[in-house]
Design a protein around this ligand. Structure first.
Ligand code: UTP
Length: 475
């Protein structure tokens, strides 16, 4: 009987990492499926995967908390000691000179939202239901007009949503952008494995279960796709990084970019924005300083005593919540991907993953979380920067995430925040905006990014004197 149909070297690798069930499984496959299976297996560094399974599998122990965790120093909104206007000028010049490209990570699976399609296609704006991709495309068009420059936009997808993302842009005429200024590239994937046995799982006969390798896969994917080199050739030096699910992310913030590039305490490698935490237990990563380096500690890893700690004025000591907005230099990305000492760690998530039995081919749907998915996080790059700064921004201005179908961080909460921000911008421009007794805006207000990407853009527009209570308004 033929005991192997796999190349000898693959058999050895699989045996050495305890995955012999896949050798047996290969015997059950028809030639074309087998060829695909071999290709998929050869695409992974199996020795490394064996190590990850040992490290992150059943016996996993998370690293003990660092001995000394301090709050990270931040450029706060109330602090008058730094020259906002100076850094705005520096940032504006960087944008005008074409030295900053936008970069959106859109490779996630959006499982909490439960939307069937790439999250960027999700109808999001509060009146017109414009999809997230359109909102960002229009912000880029408006910024190009303001800064009289061309802005490149890199978008990371995953193998699971790449084709659908490209079709969406094609079908919508790239939302008014040139196809040439867009760079779509795919992130990598990681195989998921069984929590108990450490066995790699099969999504279907001849196909391993995989998941996108996390937004931290962006560093490597930027390099391997050629996007990094293409941007360098175009004169880009820095990326303005944001996630697809935050319609309030300011795609290019000149003050933030100026600080990132030129503040004395910034090495210009990787900088971040924060908002003051809403409560000690808000589920956001927190900026900390450990042995002089800035880091984000996940909410679940920050010891409760520290999370609750207050300063003399009664404010949370660790109050700098991450909103996943960063400025990252291309030189820094080169440094991270070219030196194995800077390899980012993986984070594990225990999830329900359906699979097929390698011998019988029967499918099994777990009722409890049964598998480990491994992902890299982009923010693990921060501690690799020599000097990484954190800049405070206003929560309503820049954080209206769409993560869940309902409740907190859902499309409902995002739409309310969009209206609130629109109301603030209009009030600042002298428009009378109705509010109810609780202070809530008594209207639905959508400000198109083609009109304004920041409040001051409205000053140049012809606006109504007031908004009628209960009305729906698009500016
Ligand atoms: P989330 O951590 O919210 O994950 O991603 P998600 O996959 O979108 O949603 P859930 O957890 O399945 O509900 C934050 C951002 O990082 C991107 C997402 O597209 C989103 O912009 N991301 C996440 C990637 O680009 N790749 C990944 O592998 C994971």
């Amino acid at each position: 009987m033929n005991t192997t149909v796999l190349p000898h070297i693959l058999v050895e690798s699989l045996e050495s990492i305890g995955q012999s069930h896949l050798i047996e499984h290969a015997l059950t496959l028809d030639a074309p499926v087998l060829a695909g299976f071999i290709e998929q297996l050869e695409g992974f560094d199996l020795a490394a995967i064996g190590e990850y399974i040992n490290r992150y599998g059943k016996g996993y122990a998370s690293a003990p908390p660092a001995a000394s965790i301090e709050p990270a120093r931040c450029y706060t909104l109330g602090d008058q000691t730094w020259d906002r206007a100076k850094y705005r000028g520096i940032g504006q010049q960087l944008i005008r000179d074409g030295k900053v490209a936008c970069f959106t990570v859109a490779g996630g699976q959006g499982s909490r939202l439960g939307y069937d399609g790439p999250k960027g296609c999700f109808p999001t704006s509060c009146v017109q239901n414009k999809p997230l991709f359109q909102l960002f495309a229009e912000s880029i068009r408006k910024s190009e007009e303001k800064y009289e420059t061309r802005i490149l936009w890199a978008i990371m997808t995953s193998p699971l949503n790449h084709a659908a993302t490209i079709s969406f842009f094609e079908d919508n005429g790239y939302f008014g952008l040139d196809a040439e200024q867009l760079m779509f590239f795919e992130q990598g994937v990681m195989p998921s494995f069984d929590l108990e046995s450490g066995r790699l799982l099969l999504a279907e006969p001849g196909v391993l279960c995989t998941n996108p390798d996390g937004h931290g896969g962006a560093y490597r994917a930027l390099k391997e796709s050629g996007a990094l080199d293409a941007m360098l050739s175009a004169g880009v030096e820095h990326l303005s990084y944001f996630q697809i699910d935050n319609p309030h992310a300011m795609i290019l913030d000149p003050v933030f970019l100026g600080l990132h590039r030129s503040a004395d305490d910034s090495s210009g490698e990787m900088s971040s924005k924060m908002v003051a935490k809403a409560s000690w237990d808000e589920k956001v990563g927190v900026f900390c300083s450990i042995e002089g380096r800035t880091e984000i500690i996940e909410y679940s890893d920050l010891p409760e005593g520290l999370a609750k700690q207050t300063d003399d004025a009664g404010a949370l000591a660790f109050n700098a919540g991450s909103i996943a907005i960063h400025a990252i230099s291309l030189a820094f990305i080169e440094k991270i991907v070219s030196d194995p000492r800077y390899a980012l760690p993986f984070h594990r998530a225990i999830k329900k993953v359906g699979s097929v039995d390698p011998v019988s081919g029967e499918s099994c749907t777990p009722s409890e979380p049964n598998a480990i998915k491994l992902e890299r996080f982009v923010f693990d790059g921060i501690k690799l920067a020599e000097q990484s700064i954190v800049v405070e921004t206003d929560r309503v201005e820049e954080f209206a995430p769409v993560k869940n179908a309902t409740g907190a961080d859902s499309i409902e909460s995002s739409k309310l925040l969009q209206t609130e921000r629109g109301a603030r911008w209009l009030t600042e421009a002298g428009v009378d905006v109705p509010r109810d007794d609780d202070g809530r805006v008594d209207a639905m207000i959508e400000i198109s990014p083609l009109s304004a990407v920041e409040a001051s853009d409205l000053a140049l527009m012809d606006l109504p004197d007031s908004i009628a209570a209960g009305s729906t308004v698009v500016i």
